[in-house]
Ligand binder design. Structure first.
Ligand code: HSE
Length: 314
């Protein structure tokens, strides 16, 4: 059994730690990690893929192993039976890219294990375990990559244990030009740059942007949604970690991008457009000027499916 978990944009500009979007390239490429499961006498993990070499050599610290242990503990807590399994991770996403690389590995693992054990745990259980794993990696539990990666679409965290996140409609007409410059940004370090307290004016602007954005999406008013799609919390502190950020944003805006922001804690950035011609120009700029250190750029749309079983040969 093979499971694919898509990339995601955490924060989605207006929702620091609260809003995350699952995305897929429009050319059909599968941008995300793949985990496969088979029965074994003892636990083992093998790794392949374009980004396998940058993972820790010690398998016990690999996120897939941590997800496996956490899943097995949860099953034991519920008194549910398990057997040892061998896992394979195809690491297709760069680490420290801001594309939810760690969530993609952990969600694919949790979902694959759960499928193997006949959906023994609930989706909310998997969400909780995914959040815990995110906390182990970045030093702070947040769900804005785990939730969209698991459920697809645009997910808003509620803070309510009974219903941890809700789906918000995302415009099918919007494209996202997602550009990774090829440099690693540690989420932990990027979080350490943030202020511990936010002043009143910024807090009000943050609340206004997020609430108007969510309202506008429900009202299908894409102009209103685009007008508030900017980040007043993290971007001002983090953009200095990303060489060429201002120049790329200015170019994208001048070409007609309706919004531009940092994906998660970076280094990936994204431009939102409402037509393919604009996306093409912004992608071309990225490939010639921004993605010069082994990066990439994809034109994407919302991925409404989230983690899923796949049958492809990898
Ligand atoms: N919300 C998190 C942050 C996402 O921005 O720190 C990290 O990918």
């Amino acid at each position: 059994m093979k499971v694919f978990a898509p990339v995601s944009i955490g924060n989605f500009s207006v929702g620091f730690d609260l809003l995350g979007l699952a995305i897929s390239p429009i050319n059909g490429e599968m941008l995300g990690d793949i985990v496969s499961v088979e029965t074994a006498d003892t636990y083992d993990l093998t790794v392949s893929g374009p980004y396998a070499d940058i993972l820790p050599k010690d398998k016990s610290t690999n996120l897939v192993t941590l997800a496996y242990k956490l899943y097995m503990q949860k099953m034991a807590l519920k008194g549910l039976p398990t057997t040892a399994l061998k896992l394979h991770l195809e690491k297709r996403l760069p680490v420290g890219s801001g594309l939810g690389s760690s969530s993609s590995s952990s969600v694919a693992t949790l979902y694959a294990l759960n499928k193997f054990f006949g959906d023994a745990l609930s989706i909310d259980d998997l969400l909780e375990l995914g959040g815990q794993l995110e906390g182990e990696v970045s030093g702070s539990i947040h769900f804005d990559n785990v939730a969209p990666c698991l459920l697809g679409g645009l997910q808003l965290m509620t803070g309510n244990e009974m219903q941890p996140c809700v789906s918000v409609p995302f415009p099918e007409s919007w494209q996202l030009v997602v550009s990774y410059p090829g440099i690693e940004v540690s989420t932990k370090k990027a979080r350490d740059l943030l202020p511990k307290e936010i002043d009143l004016a910024t807090s009000i602007k943050f609340a206004q942007n997020l609430s108007v954005f969510v309202h506008a999406l429900h009202a299908e008013d894409t102009d209103m949604a685009a007008s508030v799609l900017f980040d007043v919390i993290a971007e001002p502190k983090r953009k200095f970690l990303i060489d060429g950020f201002d120049a790329y944003r200015d170019y994208a805006k001048s070409m007609g991008a309706i919004a531009f922001g940092i994906s998660g804690s970076g280094s990936t950035v994204f431009a939102v457009t409402n037509n393919h011609e604009t996306s093409n120009k912004i992608q071309k700029y990225a490939l010639n000027n921004f993605c010069l250190k082994g990066g990439f750029s994809h034109i994407c749309k919302v991925d409404n499916f989230g983690v899923r079983e796949v049958e492809i040969e990898t």
